[in-house]
Write a protein that binds this ligand. Structure first.
Ligand SMILES: *Cc1c(COP(=O)(O)O)cnc(C)c1O
Length: 356
């Protein structure tokens, strides 16, 4: 249990105007959580302070070798005014898997969740209430030793910042076009693809730019060795419905283990769908699309929850999935997950944490 010190802001910022779209990731709230790590002392000085810039030496290790970890989750305001978090214990567990891979010291799970819940409680008036909106929570760690050698840092900062975010879909689910990248790769087994760490996203930018230039909104990555098997999308896991079965790539070390992915698998199994986590080759997809066996494709992630894919491009093939619209299973999963997150539907798996 952390003994968090509070230094609250004397003046609060104006809340964003209700009639303007919030967008994503530009607005921050009045406060942030911060805690230091020093070798020999452990994590210390947890505090909630006014949101502010931090000062680091140009030699701070994070700037040079990318020793960093981040997480992402959302807080929602339910209809009776309570604040809800969706499976924050899963973020805590995944943060430590990332930390371990990056030689960052472990953060006790209960401390990670406590930091988030105490900060979100302080900032609860920042949780937007319009349908589809939420307060995005971004916990992260950076290496702060002043040293140009390559080694694990001996000091770190763990911070949590908050950003009110707009509805991902302005008017209901909308299908996207996805570019299957056949040249660049994102991660390889044995690398750090399963970790949420900056370097993976730096590696993804060039492919992302290429896809955007061609009018596609996201990249679907193939495995880094044979460039043959489906991995995942930029910040989403990927699912297909083939012959009525719900199919997704198995976790193999190079794919991020999404919490939405896990929730979707759990729900689909509970509904009696046949579910497969396995290798899926791009050739299989092309076949399944041609024969009509593939009826749906969708991405899963915290930002969009479900992102239906209407179109997949691979080299010279542009495949339309189903009728290019939103599949019935995609819609059902979206309605159920968002219903549980916002407290409108029962929560049979105990996923929501109600704060007050
Ligand atoms: C965060 C992320 C996901 C989705 O994970 P969720 O926990 O469902 O938000 C998938 N892939 C990558 C690369 C990610 O960074």
């Amino acid at each position: 249990m952390l003994n968090i010190k509070y230094e609250l802001a004397k003046e609060l910022k104006a809340k964003p105007a209700k009639d303007k779209p919030l967008g994503f990731g530009k607005i921050t709230t009045d406060h942030m959580f911060i805690m230091n790590y020093t070798e020999g002392k452990g994590w210390h000085d947890p505090r909630i302070v006014p949101y502010q810039n931090i000062s680091l030496a140009p030699t701070a290790m994070v700037f040079h070798y990318g020793q960093t970890m981040f997480e992402g989750l959302k807080a929602y305001r339910d209809e009776s005014g309570h604040t809800r978090l969706f499976r924050p214990d899963m973020n805590a567990k995944r943060a430590n898997k990332s930390n371990e891979r990056l030689c960052i010291p472990e953060i006790p799970e209960e401390d990670f969740v406590q930091a988030i819940t105490e900060l979100v409680k302080v900032e609860k008036d920042w949780i937007p209430t319009e349908p589809g909106t939420s307060l995005y929570v971004r916990p992260f760690v950076i290496a702060t030793d002043e040293f140009l050698g390559v080694a694990p840092s001996k000091t770190y900062l763990f911070m949590v910042i908050l950003s009110p975010s707009g509805a991902y879909y302005a008017s209901g689910l909308a299908p996207v076009g996805i570019w299957i990248e056949d040249d660049y790769v994102r991660a390889v087994r044995g690398g750090m693809g399963f970790a949420k760490t900056g370097g993976n996203y730096a590696a993804s930018l060039a492919g992302q730019v290429k896809a955007h230039d061609d009018g596609y909104s996201q990249v679907l990555w193939l495995d880094g060795v044979e460039r043959k098997y489906i991995e995942e999308v930029g910040a989403m896991n990927i699912f297909f419905v083939i012959n009525g079965k719900v199919v997704t790539p198995m976790l193999n070390g190079s794919i991020l283990p999404g919490i939405t992915r896990d929730s979707v698998l759990t729900l689909c199994r509970s509904w009696g769908y046949e579910v497969e986590e396995r290798k899926i080759s791009v050739d299989e997809l092309i076949e399944a699309q041609k024969s009509g066996a593939m009826t749906e494709c969708f991405g899963t992630g915290t930002a969009a929850v479900i992102s239906p894919v209407g179109k997949l491009r691979y080299k010279d093939d542009v495949m339309t999935i189903g009728d290019g619209g939103i599949g019935a299973i995609s819609q059902k999963i979206y309605d159920t997950v968002t219903g549980i997150q916002t407290g409108k539907l029962p929560d049979p798996f105990g996923w929501s944490v109600v704060l007050d």
